[in-house]
Design a protein around this ligand. Structure first.
Ligand code: COA
Length: 259
């Protein structure tokens, strides 16, 4: 299936892997309002398409994943529109994080500001060696506004997050890996590596993957442990649980049905 947007490319392959590419390479894939609107629609369409079992998000061209929110658009914001735009970006990225199929950011170049925030809203991040990540908003007299202050703190801890946010410095792929901002660095195509990781994940029980995402989403909240137990119990009633445990005991590979 191919679906066309003006600023995105969306492709679903035979295996059910959806590749969503931010496609404004002449502006290093900067997120303007149109990209955010289309991203919102695309995530809705992914949610409704039961054939899609995993998503790769990447940027068009050789140079950038996404070089940030569109600074031209940002420059005209006032306090009221600024807060609205921040909430809009937060909501779209939250929708990505809330997907119950795995989403991997293939960070193939600059992931700055809103680009880094988009990557952090994905469940996992794979960076190519030429990637550079960072939250340079303070250099524009701003702070990250699409969830970056919250998600970076969760990923790398408070001290590192404050260092990155207050200096606005870019980190290369290796350092991003060392601090836990990305899961893997590859000398090959980040998109290919992301697809290969999705293929491994897709061999597991799909309801277990969904419940793992739901349980981890609640980490740190008061109800985290309660949710984990409920989601664990729910899985014990699935055919996939019978298949997975049965296959182990029979010394064969499981064949999950997603039921
Ligand atoms: N918003 C709007 N346009 C952007 C952009 C952004 N965040 N990032 C890059 N662009 C545009 C540039 O204005 C330029 O457009 P032009 O050709 O019409 O002049 C084009 O993309 C190419 O960028 P350029 O700066 O010429 O590339 P470069 O290789 O010299 O530098 C960067 C690359 C990423 C270092 C530089 O573009 C940059 O600093 N971008 C802004 C990063 C940022 O602050 N992001 C946070 C925003 S919240």
């Amino acid at each position: 299936m191919d679906q066309s947007y003006e600023t995105l490319l969306l492709n679903v392959d035979e295996a059910g892997i959806c590749t969503l590419t931010i496609n404004r390479p002449d502006k290093l894939n900067a997120l303007n309002n149109q990209v955010l609107e289309e991203l919102d629609e695309a995530v809705d369409s992914i949610k409704e398409n039961y054939k899609i079992r995993g998503v790769v998000i990447t940027g068009a061209g050789e140079k950038a994943f996404v070089a940030g929110a569109d600074i031209k658009e940002l420059s005209s914001l006032d306090p009221v529109s600024g807060e609205r735009v921040s909430k809009k970006g937060q909501a779209v990225f939250q929708k990505i994080e809330d997907l119950t199929i795995p989403v991997i950011a293939a960070v193939n170049g600059y992931a700055l500001g809103g680009g880094c925030e988009l990557a952090m809203a994905c469940h996992l991040r794979i960076a190519s060696t030429n990637a550079a990540l960072g939250l340079p908003e303070v250099s524009l007299g701003l702070i990250p506004g699409y969830g970056g202050t919250q998600r970076l703190t969760e990923l790398v801890g408070r001290a590192k997050a404050l260092e990155f946010i207050m200096t606005g410095r870019q980190v290369k792929a290796e350092e991003a890996y060392e601090v836990g901002l990305v899961n893997q660095v590859t000398e090959h195509s980040a998109v290919d590596e992301a697809k290969s990781m999705l293929t491994k994940i897709m061999k597991q029980g799909p309801i277990a993957i969904k419940n793992a995402l739901l349980a981890v989403e609640e980490a740190g909240s008061a109800k985290g442990f309660e949710s984990e137990a409920r989601l664990f119990g729910e899985l014990c009633g699935t055919a996939d649980f019978k298949e997975g445990t049965g296959a182990f005991l029979a010394k064969r590979k499981p064949n999950f049905s997603g039921k």
